[in-house]
Write a new protein. Structure first.
Lengths: 439, 255
């Protein structure tokens, strides 16, 4: 109990857990909740939360029981979430539950999609879930395991490669401040391939909402998974995203995390365990933060076996009073020879009041490796600005052009053209709005 | 077209321009020469509106409009173009999109609709040919990885695209090999008309073999100390600047 942030929420959660339906209290949940109880919410005394104090974000009388969703407004929200020009399947998840009526899914023999609850007690699932679950130690994931309802389970059968992306639209219908625990598991089997895009939308924006989301991804031997997440959230929202990826040998995983101004807090934990030889991983991130927003990206890549390759490039632009944290851990174990690990983090501060805490962290125990990391924090280049202005481009447009240019080497990596265009448009809009508000 | 009256400017509290007087009419080409540190590039920067210069006195008029009141982008839209001595590299901004944006804003300022994609493309092709600018470069990031000569040619390509009234070329010739110099000069000569004007800031008389000026000025110690025809440039080439400095010192001590 020494480290915890004591909040009324903690007591509320305890009460809610005690009063749960006995059928729901699996040993897994009980064990998880016991761990959460022992530790509580993380505090700034923990290294991983040093710059992100949760106190102001948890200090709300959140409801801890999700209300049942009516259908009003969901259809419109889902339609509005579609990305122009992107041909995609659509998986609608309302308050953590799959909404079959609004979803447009691949054939079941191409992809199994169902509630996590349905499979969680099967021996087959438990065998690999427990083997792959190394999310221990993080009280948010424990809390999620204790409380998630339904959840989403996606499995791509072996040798099936689906080119059309699956757009997962998370819809939140709560009309009062609520603490949610959405949970997803994605398994890409041997030599299978799939593309996922996650976005979220709230029907009642501008109220305090806390999302404690956990996603586990398992990419089996020679499988390939591309995963985009666009965090275009509403003010008042607080997000803690835990994404746990396990890669088996010769698998490929690409993660794109785009955080835009909006939510009060975004904390992304992205952890990759490279549990096989010759894997390939790409982590690309963009964070654009404005207002009083705090955007915190913690990534960790664990090289355990030889000949794995990971590249990571995160870029951030901060306006107003925004704060950002980037912490990039790369572990290279003794066995992991011929590792190729590259990490880069660049930050552009547009306001005098914005702050960024950047911490690359490499721990290398093998001796035949290529690893590099770089980190920069800079401001607008006035010479570039003047150059653009001297050609007739207005100052505001010039600043926007330069921000887009700064982000270009990440946006350029987006393989799906409509997603890239959508993101560039979002960045443009958000910059315009932030600059208008700041002016 | 351009009238500069007793222009004073300083940077970091140090006075660099100490009373410049200059009149450039439409259709004219003026060359401004002078030794290092005489204020040539500062004059170009002040005219284009570079932020770190403080104008402490004087006036600058472009066709009756007060240039010193305008932001850099407003000057550009009114027709002032500075070809940079050291063009900046901006990775991630495509050369073509940059020009499209710039041209769009300039046209909007003059109440003109944006060019259609087709018109813009046609114009790009024509101007590329005019200044012998490689189409491959036009599609790359702005100046990124360009050689010195390619950057200077890109400046002239931009000049051709934006069609300014007054072009100031700040040492566009320095660092160019003879072929590049010929290409840049040919470009400028083709762009000359009775409606526009050029101010060539140069250290070397060589440029003036290719672009023949109407007037040559010598800038020294923040002032224009002599103006003449193109023969003045030849004289400077022969004798260097020392004799001029000497003469000035003598005349100042007499005063």
């Amino acid at each position: 109990m020494t480290n915890q942030v004591a909040t009324p929420l903690y007591n509320k959660l305890s009460a809610a857990f005690e009063s749960r339906n006995a059928a729901d209290l699996t040993p897994l949940r009980e064990a998880a909740f016991a761990k959460f109880k022992a530790k509580g919410f993380p505090s700034v005394k923990e290294e991983d939360w040093r710059f992100t104090s949760l106190v102001p974000y948890l200090d709300v009388d959140f409801s801890v029981t999700a209300e049942a969703a009516g259908d009003a407004g969901i259809q419109q929200a889902v339609d509005a979430a579609a990305i122009e020009g992107l041909e995609a399947y659509r998986l609608v998840v309302v308050n953590g539950r799959i909404h079959s009526g609004l979803s447009v899914l691949p054939e079941p023999d191409e992809m199994h999609i169902g509630p996590l609850q349905e499979v969680i007690n099967t021996d087959a699932f438990r065998a690999h879930f427990e083997a792959e679950d190394h999310t221990g130690g993080n009280s948010f994931t424990q809390l999620n395991t204790a409380f998630f309802t339904d959840g989403v389970y996606i499995e791509v059968p072996k040798n099936v490669s689906i080119e059309k992306p699956v757009h997962i639209i998370h819809v939140n219908t709560a009309s009062v401040p609520t603490l949610f625990h959405p949970r997803q598991v994605i398994v890409v089997n041997r030599s299978a391939g799939a593309v996922f895009l996650e976005t979220s939308v709230s029907l009642h924006p501008k109220q305090a909402m806390f999302f404690n989301n956990v996603l586990q991804v398992i990419v089996k031997e020679n499988g390939e998974c591309t995963h985009y997440r666009i965090q275009d959230n509403a003010p008042g929202e607080r997000w803690v995203h835990h994404t746990q990826v396990t890669q088996h040998r010769t698998s490929r995983y690409s993660n794109y995390t785009f955080s835009l101004p909006g939510a009060d807090l975004i904390r992304n934990n992205l952890e990759l365990k490279l549990d096989g030889t010759a894997t390939e991983s790409h982590l690309y991130g963009l964070y654009l933060a404005a207002g009083n927003q705090l955007t915190d990206n913690h990534t960790a890549i664990e090289h355990i076996h030889p000949a794995c390759q990971s590249t990571e490039h995160y870029k951030g632009v901060l306006l107003d009073n925004a704060r950002a944290v980037f912490n990039g851990k790369v572990f290279v174990q003794r066995e992991a020879q011929q590792t190729n690990a590259y990490q880069q983090n660049n930050n552009l501060l547009i306001s005098d009041k914005a702050t960024v805490y950047a911490k690359p962290q490499l721990e290398i125990f093998a001796d035949d490796v290529k690893c590099s990391h770089g980190c920069t924090i800079g401001q607008f280049n006035n010479e570039s600005l003047f150059y653009l202005q001297s050609r007739g481009i207005g100052e505001e447009s010039a600043r926007k052009l330069l921000v887009e240019a700064f982000m270009f080497d990440v946006t350029d990596k987006i393989e799906h053209e409509p997603i890239r265009e959508h993101l560039q448009e979002l960045i443009h809009q958000k910059m315009t709005a932030a600059m208008a508000a700041g002016a | 077209m351009l009238v500069i009256k007793d222009l004073h400017a300083s940077i970091d509290g140090k006075e660099i321009l100490k009373g410049i007087n200059l009149t450039v009419n439409a259709g004219e080409v003026h060359a401004i020469m002078g030794p290092n540190g005489s204020g040539k590039s500062s004059l170009a920067s002040v005219l284009a509106g570079r932020e770190n210069y403080e104008v402490t006195g004087g006036e600058v008029w472009l066709d009756g409009k007060n240039v010193l009141d305008m932001k850099p982008e407003e000057r550009a839209r009114e027709g002032v173009f500075l070809a940079f001595q050291y063009p900046v590299e901006i990775p991630g901004v495509s050369n073509i999109n940059f020009l499209k944006t710039a041209l769009g804003e300039i046209r909007q300022h003059h109440g003109l609709p944006p060019l259609s994609a087709k018109e813009f493309l046609a114009m790009t092709r024509e101007k590329q040919k005019l200044v012998e600018f490689d189409a491959k470069l036009a599609n790359r990031s702005l100046n990124e990885g360009f050689s010195g000569g390619e950057k200077k040619r890109n400046e002239v390509f931009q000049l051709a695209m934006l069609q300014p009234k007054l072009s100031i070329l700040d040492e566009t010739d320095s660092g160019l090999d003879i072929d590049a110099l010929r290409i840049v000069s040919n470009g400028v000569n083709k762009l000359r008309s009775k409606d526009n004007a050029f101010v060539l800031i140069t250290h070397y008389q060589r440029l003036l073999d290719y672009i023949v000026p109407d007037v040559v000025h010598v800038l020294y110690n923040g002032r224009i100390v002599r103006s003449g025809t193109k023969e003045l440039a030849l004289e400077l080439e022969d004798k260097g600047y020392d004799w001029l400095k000497e003469e000035l010192r003598v005349s100042e001590s007499i005063q």
